[in-house]
Ligand binder design. Sequence first.
Ligand code: C5P
Length: 302
Amino acid sequence: MAVSSVRVPGKVNLALCVAPRRADGYHELVTVFQAVSLHEEITALARQDAEIGLQMTGEGSEELPCDQSNLAVRAARLLRERYSRPDLGVDLRVRKQVPMAGGMAGGSADAAGVLLACSQAWQLGAGSSELSGIAAELGSDVPFLLFGGNAVGTGRGERLRAMPALGRLEWVFALAPRGLSTPSVYQRFDELVERGVLVPNTELSKRSLDALCSGDAAQVAPELRNDLQPAALELYPELAATLEAGLFAGALAAVLCGSGPTCAFLCTDADQADRLAAALATAPEVRGTRRAHGPVPGPEVL
Ligand code: C5P
């Protein structure tokens, strides 16, 4: 029986520039993704029947349904549908490290890993352009998780251009006790635009882009940007104190991950990041901290 295991990183957005809502409900983005060293490990074990089973362990897994609503199961179903192979079944095992519902694309990483592991376990011979097409149907962030490194995402975030993956940035991530729903953060963004509080502008200068991809923390820090942050802070005001606590404790810069609520802190070096992670762990609205670095490569076959 064929089996395949892969590990897939999570992500942070170094820049997330958001345009007004499109007619299809999505927002046009210009975003700079960076893959970071918190990984999901996905194993696909081909079955003799057509069942798709899922077991999850690790970060937040006890709160996740393992039924057809799970993006990992949807990824396996969509893959076999696209290859007209409803007969294929699989047992999926996912070991999670990326915070759940935190804006770091853990669910998207699971979906990306399932596409890769299943295409191997089922011996479909899927190429990377086929997989990224299916990935984009599953979610805006899924194609980047097949990609890794640093990349600029446009469209919904699914159209990617690789950027140099220079240097090594040291990150601390502060996890929040509750999640934030991505659609409600985007909806609040729309309301802020309607109220005239935010003026959407997706311009990202070449100078900013070069700085963000330089791998030099001092150059990256002033350019970090997340247009969803004001909306997320309205929905979860305590996050402002978390961001401030990290800056007070010495982070070079603080930014919300994606639609939040995980807060990312950029540090000068690994020692400082270790100290910051320890200091922030006791802050009031912090459930825990994680250390990571980036950029890291995309999926690795284990
Ligand atoms: O693509 P994905 O399923 O991850 O998106 C989740 C939700 O986030 C969408 O339903 C939409 O409300 C919002 N979204 C958006 N614009 C994007 C990406 C996501 O409005 N570019």
